[in-house]
Design a protein around this ligand. Structure first.
Ligand SMILES: [Zn+2]
Length: 229
């Protein structure tokens, strides 16, 4: 039986859109909509599509777009801190823009050969990469493992309005997008991963802080204790 790829809820329902080639599933608990694994692109095809997109420093429209997350996140980070652009893609742009603000940020995208030097960072940006998460729960935990307690997470993602209007929502048509988030999904993400919202444009930019005593770390410690006994 299929379960939600984020919250694990078993009450999921198929979401069929006649004009789409892919089948979606809808979680009745956290409202995550996710593409059936049968329709996931293989890594090479996905890389090819992403490489062909012109999302770089040379495209002003894209620079303006990601500047929105920088604007809301900057007040919460300092020049002494070090960050990570998680899922930066083939042509990293954010790190160049942050450099102009005297902010140090490393690129991270294993698919495109971007590795980074530290285990944890003071802040992490994740710009439009959440939609590509095939296993959102696993990916979120992996991402948050790289963030220090008290650290800042700047997210940029478009939330879908309602299940009923999802079929008319153009963002679903990107073949590299396999996970779609409702506002309720982000609320679940925030509470289940021990985050607090510190700023948002109420639309697509969300700035979170990783709280002390973060649940999934506590869970992990518990597991480690069990292993040791
Ligand atoms: Zn769910």
């Amino acid at each position: 039986m299929k379960a939600c790829r984020l919250c694990g809820e078993k009450m999921i329902t198929p979401l069929l859109i006649p004009q789409d080639k892919r089948i979606y599933h809808y979680c009745t608990d956290c409202y995550l909509i996710f593409v059936d694994t049968v329709y996931h692109l293989d890594k090479e095809k996905e890389k090819q599509i992403l490489t062909n997109r012109n999302q770089s420093i040379e495209r002003q429209e894209y620079v303006n777009y990601i500047s929105q997350v920088i604007k809301l996140t900057l007040p919460h980070i300092t020049e002494e801190e070090i960050g990570l652009d998680y899922g930066c893609g083939p042509t990293p742009t954010l790190t160049y823009l942050l450099k102009k603000e005297n902010i140090t940020c490393f690129n991270n995208d294993y698919n495109f050969g971007f590795t980074h030097p530290y285990k944890q960072y003071d802040f992490i940006f994740a710009i439009e990469c959440l939609e590509k998460f095939k296993e959102p729960n696993v990916e979120f935990d992996f991402l948050l493992d790289h963030l220090k307690i008290g650290g800042i997470l700047g997210l940029m993602t478009n939330t879908y309005p309602e299940k009923e209007s999802f079929r008319h929502w153009h963002k679903r048509q990107d073949p590299t997008h396999v996970s779609f988030y409702h506002q309720r999904t982000l609320d679940y993400f925030m509470s289940s991963k021990g985050l607090e919202l510190v700023d948002s444009d109420s639309d697509k930019v969300y700035v979170f802080r990783k709280k002390v005593g973060e649940p999934h770390l506590e869970k992990k410690n518990l597991k480690m204790e069990n292993l040791g006994s």
